[in-house]
Design a protein around this ligand. Structure first.
Ligand code: IPD
Ligand code: CA
Ligand code: CA
Ligand code: CA
Length: 276
């Protein structure tokens, strides 16, 4: 499948417009009482707003681009294999950072990625609470509120600041590996932060606030948009094992430089989440 520059440019603008509309829906509900239900564990939350935003987004895409595919967190059944093709595919997380959303921590966003031939080419991440808007299109740079952004480029692990997350999985053996990884990266560096949104974590590395982020157990909708934004900001996106990045592998490592990415990788064990 080939899309022309004009087509991609128009699709990018549509994605940006939809992100703003979805952001409005999220902000409207942020300070209201929420109907919260749980999914895979008591720490895996979903609200009506997650579902409503995904429904709205999917409906709009089907209207604008009937031939495009949509993969979204809240319409993907747990454990069901995701059908991922070369078709232009919108990979969306209606709310990334649902736990923050539920707790009214203003660190939550909508994440919209577009893949063509399975390659992420457009990334849009919008935090409507703080009104911070990240966007990138392959080959055209990454921006935060229309200002060009770049990674730090840091290579030394001793002076690095990392982001790591605990995630919502509560299986003790998986958690134990995650905690060892946290311990090892913290020991090697200036320290760790955990903000509770994979997409915003990636944008933070892209804009040079932290130097790296890795997580096992995430899904394609957490990272599709962020992958484009990080690469367009000059960063690297790889598999935590050091291999080539695979969107469906349930894991990601981003860093401000390849030397730093490989140093991080050497300190990480894989807790073994099944791929999508
Ligand atoms: C979660 C967030 C969190 C990450 C989890 C994700 P959700 O997404 O990105 O930071 O640690 O792995 O599942 O459920 O809030 O969309
Ligand atoms: Ca979720
Ligand atoms: Ca998410
Ligand atoms: Ca989500």
């Amino acid at each position: 499948i080939t899309l022309s520059e004009e087509e991609l440019c128009e699709i990018y603008e549509t994605g940006i417009q939809l992100a703003k509309e979805c952001g409005h829906m999220i902000k409207e509900c942020f300070y209201r009482d929420k109907k919260v239900t749980t999914k895979a564990s008591y720490a895996d939350l979903v609200t009506e707003t997650d579902q409503n935003v995904e429904k709205f987004f999917t409906k709009e895409i089907k209207k604008h681009y009937p031939g495009h595919s949509v993969i979204g967190e809240e319409t993907t059944a747990d454990g069901k294999k995701i059908e991922f093709t070369n078709n232009p595919t919108w990979i969306i997380d209606p709310i990334d950072g649902t736990t923050n959303f539920v707790h009214r921590i203003p660190y939550t966003c909508i994440s919209i990625g577009l893949t063509v031939n399975k390659e992420p080419v457009i990334g849009i991440v919008y935090n409507p609470i703080t009104d911070v808007f990240f966007k990138a299109r392959k080959g055209h740079g990454a921006f935060c509120n229309d200002k060009k952004i770049a990674v730090t480029g840091l290579e030394e692990i001793e002076s690095a600041m990392f982001i790591m997350e605990f995630g919502s999985n509560r299986e003790p053996d998986k958690m134990a590996v995650k905690f060892r990884n946290l311990f090892n990266l913290n020991k090697a560096s200036h320290g760790l932060r955990a903000y509770g949104s994979a997409a915003l974590n990636m944008c933070n590395v892209a804009q040079g606030e932290e130097d790296g982020y890795a997580e096992h157990g995430i899904h394609c909708w957490d990272i599709a948009a962020g992958a484009v934004i990080v690469e367009e900001a000059g960063g690297v996106v790889i598999d935590p094992s050091g291999d080539k990045f695979d969107l469906m592998s349930r894991k990601v490592l981003v860093a401000s430089s390849m030397p730093l990415a490989l140093k991080m990788s050497a300190l990480l064990e894989d807790p073994g989440f099944e791929r999508d």
